[in-house]
Design a protein around this ligand. Sequence first.
Ligand SMILES: Nc1ncnc2c1ncn2[C@@H]1O[C@H](COP(=O)(O)OP(=O)(O)OP(=O)(O)O)[C@@H](O)[C@H]1O
Length: 256
Amino acid sequence: MNSIISIKNLEKDYGSKQVLKGINLEIEPGKVIGYIGPNGAGKSTTVKILTGLISDFKGQVHVKGIDLREDPLAIKRLIGYVPENAELYDVLTPMEYLSFIGQLYEMEDQLIHDRAENMLKYFGLLENKDQRMDTFSKGMKQKVLLSSGLIHNPEIIILDEPLSGLDANAVILVKEIISLLSRQGKTIFYCSHMMDVVEKVSDRIILINGGSIVADGTFSELQQNHGESLEKIFAKLTETEQSGSHAADFMHLFDQ
Ligand SMILES: Nc1ncnc2c1ncn2[C@@H]1O[C@H](COP(=O)(O)OP(=O)(O)OP(=O)(O)O)[C@@H](O)[C@H]1O
């Protein structure tokens, strides 16, 4: 396979705790990869390694044939990353923030300006473009963050729970953007807990549990092997099928 991302025997410990236990992944270009798993499964850790934020890992990671250990900066240029919990410089305005990010990628000023303004327009933030972001809601900040991950038109886009805090219209917009980006040949690595969205937008779904891959395939392949909806497949493979009765047990706490 002509992989754009190649991960071999990836392991990561935090002290005595092994969080990734030998992840192997070959990812084709131009696909949307849904990367799912329970809280603490190791999704963000994988993504932080891929984006060069964590460097003390075991195993091999190559992006477009470049060894992550040898040239992390070259890989960072290829990737647009929207982290789960981002620190925005919220004393800046969206335009100032996006200019700053664009300059880090050595983009031309005019291109930064035009692209930033257009992205803010599509996210309904044009009238807020010159307001300081410390007054923004979570969803407004998330839209700026998404714009900052896309501004340099990266080949690979890594989204870690990108829909958090977004209203229903923005969720629809982001889902459409994901599909359009993939039609343009971009590779999208999409971590989320929103099973209904992952089910719809992903060409391939990878489920990790306890630091290991427990399922990998198209949605219909996973359905054939494990169940109807992605929510049910997830529950089955991560052993939370009893969540209904757990909820009932929880409610018994209030019986006395
Ligand atoms: N900096 C850190 N130091 C120590 N342990 C960490 C650190 N970051 C993550 N962990 C632990 O590593 C495990 C995997 O965390 P990770 O954030 O990768 O999970 P996740 O799948 O992204 O979870 P979530 O869905 O909750 O975001 C968790 O048990 C977490 O407590």
